[in-house]
Design a protein around this ligand. Structure first.
Ligand SMILES: *Cc1c(COP(=O)(O)O)cnc(C)c1O
Length: 236
C-alpha cells in the first residue's frame, strides 16, 4: 500500500475544496488552477507535491527560483509571484510561465526588453492593491487603465489578467468584497476594448481565503501553507 504523506493528503483536500467552491458558484472546476507556493520549502517537499500530480509552483524570490530550477529538471510550470527588481529579471524571464507581480511601467518595460532579447513574449499579470493597505504592493485600481494604455506599445509582453494579495484575515468572508472588486475591475477594463487587452486570468486567493476567491471568479489560486505547512524563515 502506498503511504499517504501529509503533503498528498493536503493536496487532495485543497483540490476537493476548490471543486466544491466551483460547484457552489456554478463554475466548472477545470476553470481553476492550483498553484503550490513552494517559497522557503526544500526541493524534497516540491518533489512530494509533484508526486501528487502538481505541475504549477509559485516562488517569490528570483534566486531561490534559480536554485530550485538547477536541481529540479522536470518541466514544471513556475510562477513568479513576488516583488521583482529589474536586475533579477535574468532569473525570471523565459524561466517562468507567468509573472504575477508587475506593478509599474518601469518593470513592465524591463520585462518587455528582456523578453525581446530572448525572442519571446512573456505572459504577465498586473498586481493590484485592491484593499488600499499601505503595506501592500500593487497599483491602485484607479491607475490600472492608464498603465494598460501605456503597455499596449510593448510587443514582448502580454497582459493576461490581474493578481492581488488580499488582507490577512482569519475571516475569509471579509475578503469577498475585494475579490468581487477584482473581478469587476477586469470586466470593466475588458469592456473598454483597449488594443490587445483581453484579460482572462484572475490570480487571487491564498490558504486562508481561496474558496471565497474561487466563488468570486479566481482562475489561479496560490496556496502555500495549506499544502506544505508553516514556513520557517531563517533568522537574519
Ligand atoms: C506566500 C504567498 C502566497 C501563499 O500564502 P499562504 O497563505 O501560505 O497560502 C500566495 N501569494 C503570494 C504572493 C505569496 O507571497
Amino acid at each position: 500500500m502506498q503511504e499517504t504523506t501529509k503533503i498528498s493528503a493536503a493536496v487532495s483536500e485543497i483540490t476537493e475544496r476548490i471543486s466544491a467552491a466551483c460547484i457552489r458558484a456554478g463554475r466548472n472546476p477545470d476553470e481553476v488552477t492550483l498553484i503550490a507556493v513552494s517559497k522557503t520549502m526544500p526541493v524534497e517537499a516540491i518533489r512530494e507535491a509533484m508526486a501528487c500530480g502538481l505541475k504549477e509552483f509559485g516562488e517569490n524570490k528570483p534566486q531561490e527560483l534559480r536554485d530550485k530550477q538547477a536541481v529540479i529538471k522536470e518541466p514544471l510550470h513556475w510562477h513568479m509571484i513576488g516583488a521583482l527588481q529589474t536586475n533579477k529579471l535574468k532569473y525570471v524571464v523565459g524561466k517562468t510561465v507567468l509573472i504575477h507581480s508587475v506593478d509599474s511601467l518601469h518593470l513592465a518595460e524591463a520585462i518587455d526588453e528582456a523578453s525581446e532579447k530572448r525572442g519571446i513574449v512573456s505572459d504577465i499579470l498586473l498586481e493590484v492593491n485592491i484593499s488600499g493597505e499601505a503595506s501592500k504592493h500593487g497599483i491602485a485600481p484607479e491607475k490600472l487603465e492608464e498603465l494598460l494604455r501605456e503597455l499596449v506599445h510593448f510587443s514582448h509582453i502580454k497582459v493576461r489578467g490581474l493578481m492581488t494579495v488580499a488582507p490577512y484575515t482569519e475571516q475569509a468572508e471579509e475578503n469577498r468584497v475585494y475579490f468581487k472588486k477584482m473581478k469587476q475591475l477586469m470586466v470593466d477594463i475588458n469592456s473598454k476594448n483597449i488594443d490587445n487587452i483581453a484579460m482572462d486570468v484572475l490570480s487571487m486567493g491564498m490558504t486562508g481565503d481561496f474558496e471565497v476567491a474561487v466563488e468570486e471568479g479566481a482562475t489561479l489560486v496560490r496556496v502555500g501553507t495549506g499544502i506544505f505547512g508553516h514556513r520557517v524563515y531563517p533568522h537574519k
